[in-house]
Write a protein that binds this ligand. Structure first.
Ligand code: FAD
Length: 602
């Protein structure tokens, strides 16, 4: 497998190339300034948000907007906004880090993310100069709050099937909007609504109609709101329907090109997805911290429950999954940043560079959405279990964490849609010649027919782990390559196989990211100081073997029979393997550091 260096890493390369630890960014490498900004965000959450969670969840009138105002005053709404609009113009990983720190703030995190992400970014990336001048400084300061209206009662995942209409008036100066939007975050207090509707009208040029973005201001006649939805979680996040009855807006409020609203919706979602993963990471760290503190305090059978192996298993497993998502998060974030810089150097505009970079790594963004949200669900679920009956009590923090976690698998594209997108986008990238999938897939098929080679190479601290990851990639290439050959354009109809393949890809990315992060850490801090992190990687890779194996078996059995099936199973056995390790001991090692520190320390 060919090695690729930092400057040449492209989206999806992690499947077809070898990447070394020198070529990734590890969270341990954040600089003083980045850590300072993150610390400020953390401080804000602890002092201004956490004490008021009950009031927030009761949707106390004016509370959420006032908290967003305070966040705006501190600059937390404009971290990534360019300086010309009053922002700080910080790099992508700094934005992700701030998103992580705010991620533990429950409904407030959702409100802030919707405002700074899907609410603000469409104007930043697709707005005209006038629209940017008019709205961005106010959005960055918090003077205006934004919402994003894509979903309708009849169209969720199938967003482009939206029925809301925008008809150009006879004089060609206005659009008149009619329709209904559903599940709109921040709707209750938003000053600005980014609305997607089907544009039509006699005055539109030939071929210029259909799905289009619009900016609608609060107070426009005909715009009204439904009641607050009663939700399972994120109860403090305002979620309402938005109705448009003959809402007349000037044509200057068209966002981007008429008929090209899908470009806004999808491009913004790439960024939204990785940021959702970052918020989930922050929420998970908060839960893990509360879990270990409780486990140390709670005495049963005359000892703290943190001394029980069953509880240590849970604490360790929470840490392993958080650690892997964190490794993958900032690795992908930095890849996006590098790609952005590269595009800028090539003379692309700021917008083209940011959007181009996020599109380049759209597969990784979708991976982090799925991995982050599912990791958080696991961590929150075990958080409840560690607290026992108190975990089930609404007077203890796990109740809120558990309920608030669940939405993340649904919005910003459900996890099913994101899993399908991972495969779809990879295949499209291959078809456009952006990555070579077929070459490496054919090489793996050839390898299958040959005798296994004697293993050689230098034995290092991570040689077994590198071997395992290299083989996981081969398992992915073998299964995905076979599926692509067998079904061709009809692969999209084989959703069960797509889910299996996506799982294999996600698990491979997580395991590789955790390994590269730890290898880098060992090179900086040494082996002894990284003992628990080494245990994390080994345990993760050990478990990933079985996950890849079961997903691979399901995929293979779904598409083959007879000798072909036997050959692929043999291949899978060859590629989904790792050394045997004592996972009781590795997990105890990980848990012991958490228990001793009485904190989440990874
Ligand atoms: C609290 C909350 C806040 C939200 N905030 C916003 C917001 O601010 N702005 C906004 O525009 N939207 C928002 N949404 C909407 C959200 O993005 C949608 O709920 C989501 O995209 C799923 O759409 P749906 O609910 O219609 O489910 P559906 O699309 O009906 O999906 C139902 C199930 O079918 C599956 N499914 C659908 N299509 C396929 C397919 N092709 N193949 C396989 N499985 C499929 C889904 O994965 C899911 O499991 C919010 C939703 C909630 C609950």
């Amino acid at each position: 497998m060919e090695t690729v260096n930092k400057a040449n890493i492209r989206g999806g390369h992690f499947i077809t190339k070898e990447i070394t630890s020198q070529d990734i960014f590890a969270p341990e490498e954040f600089n003083e300034e980045q850590n300072m900004i993150a610390e400020m965000a953390k401080d804000f959450v602890e002092k201004e948000v956490i004490p008021h969670l009950d009031r927030i969840d009761k949707l106390e009138e004016g509370l959420m907007p006032s908290l967003l105002n305070k966040a705006g005053e501190l600059g937390l709404l404009s971290v990534s906004l360019p300086e010309q609009y009053g922002g700080f113009g910080k790099d992508f990983n700094t934005t992700l880090k701030v998103t992580e720190e705010i991620g533990g703030a429950h409904s407030f995190a959702v409100a802030l993310s919707a405002h700074t992400g899907i609410g603000t970014l469409p104007i930043l990336y697709f707005g005209t100069d006038e629209q940017k001048q008019k709205y961005l400084p106010k959005l960055g300061s918090g003077e205006m709050k934004a919402s994003y209206c894509l979903t309708e009662p009849g169209s969720g995942s199938d967003a482009l099937a939206a029925k809301t209409k925008a008809v150009l008036t006879a004089d060609g100066n206005h659009f008149v909007l009619n329709g209904q939007k559903m599940w709109i975050t921040n709707a209750g207090f938003a000053d600005l609504f980014i609305v997607f509707a089907q544009a039509s009208g006699d005055g539109l040029p030939e071929g210029k109609s259909g799905f289009t973005g619009f900016i609608v201001e609060k107070g426009t006649a005909g715009l009204s709101l439904g009641n607050e939805e009663h939700k399972m979680g994120i109860k403090g996040s305002s979620t309402r329907q938005v109705f448009f009855q003959d809402v007349k807006i000037p044509k200057e409020n068209v966002l981007g090109d008429i008929g090209k609203g899908h470009l806004i919706a999808f491009n913004i979602l790439n960024i939204g997805r990785i940021k959702l993963g970052a918020a989930a990471l922050g929420a998970a760290k908060r839960v893990a911290k509360q879990a270990v503190k409780y486990a140390n305090e709670r005495i049963q059978f005359k000892v703290p429950i943190s001394s029980f192996g069953a509880i240590q298993y849970k604490l360790a497993e929470q840490a392993i999954r958080i650690y892997a998502v964190e490794a993958a998060m900032y690795r992908a974030g930095h890849d996006i940043h590098n790609s952005e810089q590269l595009l800028l150097e090539k003379g692309k505009t700021y917008n083209e560079s940011v959007l181009g970079a996020a599109e380049e790594f759209a597969v990784e963004c979708a991976i982090l959405k799925v991995a982050g949200s599912e990791m958080l669900d696991y961590v929150a679920d075990e958080g409840v279990q560690i607290l026992g009956g108190y975990g089930f009590s609404a007077d203890y923090p796990m109740d809120r964490a558990y309920r608030d976690s669940r939405i993340n698998r649904i919005f910003e594209g459900t996890n099913e849609i994101n899993r399908m997108l991972i495969i779809d986008m990879l295949i499209k990238r291959a078809m456009k010649g952006k990555i070579d999938l077929m070459g490496p897939a054919m090489a793996v098929q050839k390898e299958l027919l040959a005798m296994p080679e004697m293993e050689s190479g230098e034995v290092t601290i991570f040689s077994e782990e590198h071997k395992a990851i290299k083989n996981f990639k081969k398992a992915v290439l073998m299964s995905a390559g076979f599926a692509a050959q067998k079904f061709g354009e009809k692969l999209g109809q084989e959703q069960e196989i797509l889910m299996n393949l996506a799982d294999m890809i996600i698990d491979t990315y997580m395991a590789e990211s955790a390994l590269l992060r730890t290898e880098k850490m060992v090179s900086i801090k040494g082996e002894t100081a990284s003992e628990a992190q080494i245990a994390i990687v080994k345990t993760l890779i050990f478990d990933t073997v079985d996950k890849i194996s079961i997903a691979g078996k399901n995929a293979i059995n779904s598409m083959t029979e007879g000798d072909e099936q036997k050959m692929l199973h043999m291949g899978l056995k060859r590629f989904a393997k790792y050394i045997n390790i004592n996972t009781k001991e590795t997990r105890r090692k990980i848990a012991s550091q958490l228990v001793a520190a009485n904190d989440f320390v990874f």
